[in-house]
Design a protein around this ligand. Structure first.
Ligand SMILES: CC(=O)[C@@H](O)[C@H](O)COP(=O)(O)O
Ligand SMILES: NCC(=O)COP(=O)(O)O
Length: 249
């Protein structure tokens, strides 16, 4: 199982002091440094989410990390002309299409591929024409899996936010949704990834979900890094992920 480390919230800390001083020589922490440390800790890829409101990752961060980090890059992006143009210029290895609103604190749900088939299909095709593999960040919903196959995406990333925030007996239901969606995605020949809200305490509960190829994890790793350092935080997560049962041949 591969680990994509999302470094958004390294930039969140920098923006808290330097949003209006982008060229300051004092601007820190550096997302690129975090990406280097993540690589040393065993990260398989780096995820960066350039939001329309640029609340954390900036375009310049994306170009720096793309050029210097030494790992495959997964660009999370809204389904917009602006972000498509950025992706075609940046040329990440992967792009993950996510829903975005300016009002949200963080991503609140999956992309409604089923309700935006033609729009998403056109964006997927444009990215793939330029050699960028495409993932769709979707709720663990069978209709969304079908839609992802219909638009030709190579991958889906199952939104694990409801799983991570489950309370009062909802957890079993959310895990069952993830299991069914993972089986359907695998049966459709789509790589199945997962992400959002995964942490050191809830990770093991995902081990009953089959066919998971990659997890994208950010906030909990950045939080852990505050105590043990980025390299160690990534190595710890990779160590826990090693217990995921490998698929039967
Ligand atoms: C799509 C997803 O769940 C995250 O990768 C996304 O980056 C969350 O948005 P923030 O990083 O801005 O919280
Ligand atoms: N797509 C999920 C991701 O990249 C990281 O989400 P989180 O771990 O920061 O919640």
């Amino acid at each position: 199982m591969l680990l994509g480390v999302n470094i958004d919230h390294v930039a969140t800390l920098r923006q808290a002091r330097y949003a209006l001083l982008p060229d300051s020589p004092n601007a820190e922490p550096s997302p690129l440094d975090a990406a280097h440390d993540a690589r040393l800790g065993g990260a398989d890829s780096i995820t960066i989410h350039v939001r329309a409101d640029r609340r954390h990752m900036q375009d310049r961060d994306a170009y720096e990390v793309r050029k210097h980090c030494g790992l495959p890059i997964n660009l999370e992006m809204g389904v917009t002309q602006e972000m498509t143009a950025l992706a075609l210029d940046l040329r990440p290895d992967f792009a993950c299409l996510v829903p975005e609103t300016r009002e949200e604190v963080t991503t609140e749900g999956g992309l409604d591929v089923a309700g935006r088939i033609e729009e998403v299909k056109a964006c997927v095709a444009k990215l793939q024409e330029h050699g960028i593999r495409v993932s769709l960040f979707i709720d663990p919903d069978l209709h969304q899996i079908e839609a992802a196959a219909a638009v030709g995406a190579e991958m889906v990333e199952l939104h694990t936010g409801c799983f991570a925030n489950a309370v009062d007996g909802q957890l079993e239901h959310e895990i069952a949704r993830l299991i069914e969606a993972a089986k359907a995605g695998h049966a459709a020949g789509i790589q199945v990834n997962a992400g959002h809200g995964i942490n050191y305490k809830n990770l093991h509960r995902l081990f009953v979900v089959p066919h998971l190829a990659e997890l994208n994890i950010g906030h909990s790793i950045v939080s852990r890094a505050m105590r043990v350092g980025f390299t160690a935080a990534v190595a710890e997560m990779k160590g826990l992920m090693a217990a995921y049962p490998e698929p039967e041949e």
